[in-house]
Design a binder for this molecule. Structure first.
Ligand code: FAD
Length: 318
């Protein structure tokens, strides 16, 4: 299997890739395969699988008191990656996050990935747990994605946490990180955010995948600014097809991104879910065609568990 950066190096044109979510607890992997299957005709070079942290829920006890419980709504990232690789012979990119992991647990997770033959990871900090105001690092875990990148990069050089190991085997991870054309919501400004993005690259990251954006100008400006700051790795644009009217509000609220006026106007005029989907598809095709014309390395589609729109978009592009 190959690294994301090798796929990019060997590509003759813009590659196709996507991000999927593990099924909710209790759902079968079959549903995921049914969603994925139709997209295989476009030969994705890699498929990202998101990681979802535990959440705290409160359950009312018979005595009236509330019991706090920790649950995972979407477990299975690593096994899904292995299952997809096994079934479709496509490279997978598990997302790994700082939150909820000590450095030792991160090392064990990376060893698992290495043994499974998974050579790609997207290294992220993760968000705060629901109910927490800001991200709280796990004791003996990492505070920023750049620290996680350093740990993975060290393992690639054969440096594990224990200094007593005799000749530990170097891992061979290709490391992706997140970038935000409209800046990360906690950063005071884009310039500061780019300084920390550069830190992730200097610590060993090989490429960047962007947060979704709906105005290509934001991506092109972001790439220009990255290049002038000395960030020279591939920057893969993330594309999200709009599928529901409520996303007009939900996406900016959850992902801190702007929606262009023309897109909002077009969505406002829609009278049915099918019309909304059609607008979302048309917009994503327009974005993708312009990005491809500028020779972006790869288009990375955010599926959020649904593939029909992506199938219609990809069939117009690939
Ligand atoms: P970082 O790069 O650590 O940055 C976080 C913030 O800290 C930024 O504001 C940055 O400017 C600032 N910062 C960085 N370094 C420093 C420093 N040394 N000192 C001070 N400030 C600093 N979340 C999940 O939980 N699971 C997923 O699967 C997932 N997949 C994602 C995929 C993509 C492509 C993207 C764009 C995001 C994804 N996220 C996921 C969300 C991500 O975890 C959040 O956006 C999170 O808030 C930030 O993660 P990061 O890796 O960008 O953090």
């Amino acid at each position: 299997m190959a690294k994301v950066t090798d796929h990019i190096k060997n590509a003759k044109s813009t590659l196709f890739s996507m991000e999927i979510l593990p099924p909710s607890t209790g759902e079968s992997i079959q549903k995921l395969f049914e969603n994925l299957e139709p997209l295989m005709e476009f030969k994705p070079k890699f498929i990202d699988v998101t990681y979802h942290r535990e959440e705290y829920v409160f359950k009312k006890m018979p005595n009236g008191l509330l019991e706090q419980k920790s649950i995972k709504k979407r477990p299975g990232t690593v096994s899904i990656c292995a299952a997809i690789m096994h079934k479709y012979h496509v490279d997978t990119v598990p997302h790994i996050i700082c939150g909820g992991f000590t450095k030792e647990e991160t090392e064990y997770a990376l060893i698992d990935l290495n043994f499974l033959g998974i050579d790609n990871v997207l290294a992220l900090r993760g968000d705060s747990i629901k109910g927490q105001k800001a991200f709280e690092p796990t004791p003996r875990g990492h505070t920023f994605a750049s620290d996680l990148v350093s740990q993975i990069h060290s393992m690639n050089k054969g440096i594990y946490l224990s200094e007593e190991l005799q000749n530990p085997t170097p891992t061979t991870f290709c490391i992706g990180v997140a970038g935000y054309p409209e800046k990360h919501f906690e950063a005071p400004n884009l310039k500061t955010d780019l300084k920390f993005l550069k830190q992730k690259i200097e610590n060993g990251a090989d490429y960047v995948v962007t947060q979704m954006f709906f105005d290509n100008k934001k991506y092109f400006e972001f790439v220009d600014k990255c290049r002038s700051e000395g960030i020279n790795v591939p920057i893969i644009p993330g594309i999200k097809p709009i599928t529901t009217k409520s996303q007009i509000y939900n996406l900016p609220r959850n992902f801190y991104i702007d929606m262009p006026e023309d897109l909002i106007d077009a969505l406002d005029r829609c009278r049915s879910d099918n019309e909304v989907k059609a607008v979302g598809i048309e917009w994503a095709i327009m974005q993708s065609k312009e990005l491809m014309a500028k020779n972006v390395p790869c288009l990375h589609f955010y599926s959020m568990g649904k593939s029909t729109s992506i199938h219609q978009i990809a069939s117009k592009l690939y």
